[in-house]
Design a protein around this ligand. Structure first.
Ligand code: FAD
Length: 373
């Protein structure tokens, strides 16, 4: 069997971006995938940060996306949970105030998968291979249920939240103007509206409604009109009258982290290495950060050092340890603070949002971290 320099297992966004990035260095890359590569039915939208957009641009994927598959976010409004005796806190971010072109870009998950698959087809150094192809380095990008990670004996400490994210596409009766909105409500519920152009240009949103598993199941089972009623009640008309613009689907949520992300001849990237709550829209951004880091480490290696060298791969592991741990802790802490139903904590977090809203330098710092700058 003909060997390759790098075997990439998993053809999600992370594995595909890694294959393109390593192939651009002239390495031969074999891709092994157990399921259909492009999930045309993925109704999610991803919020991507500046670092991810830059990587995808360098890989010649970003500029080939259909124009209505990516939509900039200029403003973001975050609201706490109001109660009869307390107003909700409010925190807002503006690209204009921070001298940025945009805070993030919302991209169609299926269109991104499609474009990555097209770029792979045209990459002369990438070929489809079987999972047992000999390789100098094996990169495991199989997502959170990675079988190859388990076969290596690497622990994956997963803490299920008992919550699911309900995703769909929405159409509003007025333009979104590039404003993303997020509500944190009792019990750790988080509802996000991400401005988008599909199905209706300038008036659509990607919905991510994270809530207790039972409520998520109920929301998925509701007739459309009842779902829309619940949605409009939860958003209080802030984004106009919202109606469904597509099907609904749910994803169970967890916080997880692999015990090790590298070893002799292997590395873990993306959700195979770490899973975070989608409330900050950072899971794929972290995975693409892994891709950029591993690519840099490989490009800078000593000429005599083999690709699977354990010490080389430890450089990658060290570089990714802090950002992935920090994002896991941050999203988990936010989820827990907002899951706390005590009136005292609720008042404190609402005042905290209001106070943070006045702290321009801290807001700028937070924005830059979220953008991967
Ligand atoms: C509702 C929701 C909203 C989200 N929103 C955002 C967002 O706004 N921004 C953001 O950055 N992130 C977001 N995320 C996170 C993001 O979806 C993930 O972090 C990202 O998709 C992980 O990509 P991946 O390639 O690592 O894994 P996956 O997308 O899971 O891909 C893994 C691939 O490996 C394949 N595979 C599995 N087993 C094998 C095997 N044995 N052999 C070969 N192949 C195999 C699978 O078929 C799949 O193609 C969101 C997540 C959810 C659930």
């Amino acid at each position: 069997m003909q060997s390759v320099d790098v075997l990439v297992k998993g053809r999600g966004a992370v594995g595909s971006a890694l294959a393109l990035s390593l192939a651009a260095q002239g390495l031969t890359v074999g891709m092994a995938e157990s399921a259909p590569a492009v999930r045309a039915d993925d109704i999610r939208t991803y919020a991507l940060n500046a670092a991810s957009v830059q990587l995808l641009t360098e890989l010649k994927v970003w500029d080939s996306l259909p124009p209505d598959a990516a939509c900039p976010v200029y403003d973001m409004v975050i609201c706490g949970d109001a109660s009869d005796d307390q107003p909700s806190g409010r925190l807002s971010f503006s690209a204009w105030q921070q001298g940025l072109r945009e805070l993030a870009v919302i991209v169609d998950a299926a269109a991104l998968d499609q474009q990555l698959a097209t770029a792979l087809r045209f990459s002369p150094h990438v070929r489809n291979v079987s999972a047992d192809t000999p390789a100098g380095l094996t990169a495991l990008c199989e997502g959170r249920e990675s079988a190859a990670r388990a076969a290596l004996g690497v622990g994956f400490d997963a803490k299920p939240y008992g919550h699911s994210a309900v995703a769909s596409r929405l159409v509003a009766d007025r333009p979104h103007q590039g404003v993303a909105r997020q509500w944190f409500a009792a019990g750790g519920e988080v509802l996000a509206l991400l401005p988008f152009d599909r199905p209706s240009p300038g008036q659509s949103y990607g919905l991510v409604w994270s809530c207790h598993q039972d409520k998520a199941n109920a929301l998925l089972a509701l007739p459309e009109a009842d779902f829309e009623r619940a949605l409009n009640e939860a958003t209080g008309g802030a984004a106009g009258l919202l109606s469904l613009g597509g099907t609904r689907a749910g994803w169970p949520l967890a916080l997880a982290r692999a015990d090790a992300v590298s070893g002799p001849g292997w590395v873990l990237l993306g959700d195979a290495a770490h899973v975070v709550h989608p409330l900050a829209g950072q899971g794929l951004n972290l995975g693409l950060g892994d891709v950029a880091a591993l690519s840099r480490v490989i490009a800078a290696r000593e000429t005599w050092r083999p690709l699977g060298d354990e010490r080389l791969l430890r450089r990658y592991a060290r570089e990714r340890a802090v950002p992935t741990l920090a994002m896991g802790e941050l999203t988990d802490a936010l989820q827990r603070v907002f899951a706390n139903a005590s009136p005292a904590v609720r008042g404190l977090r609402n005042r905290g949002l209001d106070a943070l809203d006045q702290l321009t330098p801290l807001k700028r710092w937070l924005t830059q971290r979220a953008m991967g700058l």
